[in-house]
Ligand binder design. Structure first.
Ligand code: Q46
Ligand code: ZN
Length: 308
């Protein structure tokens, strides 16, 4: 197979585009996909300060590199989730990446800042770890971006992630989530703008990008991901994709183009019910926000040493 752009021998094929690329043209293809996503969805400009949430994995480190290569002011944010050895190693990868390039990396440790970690939080609320983790990450990412003066928070959700989330939302016809499922969530009082610039790149493309761009990332997956509903949806979509390449991208992109707008009103209604949480100031529809309730329950279950 030859490279679609320069006709040199290809090193990777991208069935969705029915094309192969040499290393240099593939890196360019990835940058081009991110540039298009940012432009098409009006995510941010060169003047905006972007905070990239990095986990040490291929998607987030690849995203940070791509944004910097495209000339954006992007710094990193690493949140220590306290998931045993996995968190220790992922933190090492994120730090090594930032140091090797001399790019600023903010760090927030859930346990030392908020008094609990993901396994403890999950036990306290009797929910799967990903539920306590997702809730904590959303809160900490938003808080870190706001308090450090960033305009935008960028996450490494890729095409495969977003298609799997969409499938889950459609299977349940969860109209509020469908209305919020967009590569850009605009800023609102208490919320910074959130963007997903990798929506046009698949998981396999990101892995190849990191290898070709010489990015050292943590390969092992989070041990708590096993049994995660989205993994099942991803497998199903991969089976469909194998039979008809391009279906996954069509499912997601056509929803964004033709479907999302129909549910946008449901998400707006949910946002209108929000008021600031009396504990932390984050917008919430409940009396106290879900993160503060999680924190209260998780920290209450930790025995307190009383000095005598
Ligand atoms: S880190 Fe957290 Fe993921 Fe691990 S506990 Fe689940 S949500 S799987 S991206
Ligand atoms: Zn709160």
């Amino acid at each position: 197979m030859k490279c679609r752009r320069c006709r040199e021998p290809a090193v990777i094929d991208v069935p969705r585009h029915n094309a192969g690329f040499c290393a240099e043209c593939f890196l360019r293809h990835c940058r081009e996909q991110v540039r298009r996503a940012i432009e098409d969805h009006d995510m941010f400009s060169e003047r905006d300060r972007v905070l990239v949430a990095v986990s040490g994995g291929k998607d987030s480190l690849g995203l940070w590199q791509l944004l910097r290569d495209l000339g954006y002011q992007a710094d990193g944010l690493y949140v220590g989730l306290g998931i045993g050895e996995y968190s220790d190693t992922s933190g090492d990868y994120a730090r090594a990446f930032a140091q090797s390039r001399g790019w600023p990396l903010l760090e927030v440790d859930l346990r030392s800042t908020y008094g609990f970690d993901v396994p403890g939080g999950s036990k306290a609320i009797k929910r799967v770890p990903c539920s306590a983790c997702g809730l904590s990450k959303r809160h900490v990412f938003n808080d870190a971006a706001r308090t450090n003066g960033y305009d935008v928070l960028a996450t490494g959700h890729n095409l495969d992630d977003e298609a799997a989330v969409l499938l889950g939302n459609v299977l349940r016809w969860d109209v509020g989530y469908l209305g919020r499922q967009h590569p850009v969530l605009p800023a609102a009082p208490g919320f910074v703008r959130k963007v997903k610039p990798l929506v046009r790149l698949g998981e396999r493309e990101l892995a190849a990008y990191c290898v070709l761009a010489d990015i050292d990332y943590i390969i092992e997956e989070c041990p708590m991901a096993a049994g995660n509903r989205h993994l099942g949806y991803k497998e199903l979509l991969n089976q469909i994709e194998e039979r008809s390449p391009g279906t996954k991208a069509a499912f997601l992109f056509n929803f964004l183009e033709r479907g999302h707008e129909r549910f946008a009103g449901d998400a707006v209604e949910e946002r209108e019910d929000l008021h600031p949480c009396p504990e932390c100031g984050s917008p919430t529809p409940a009396e106290v926000c879900a993160f503060c309730r999680l924190q209260a329950r998780a920290t209450r279950s930790i025995p307190v040493t009383v000095e005598t």
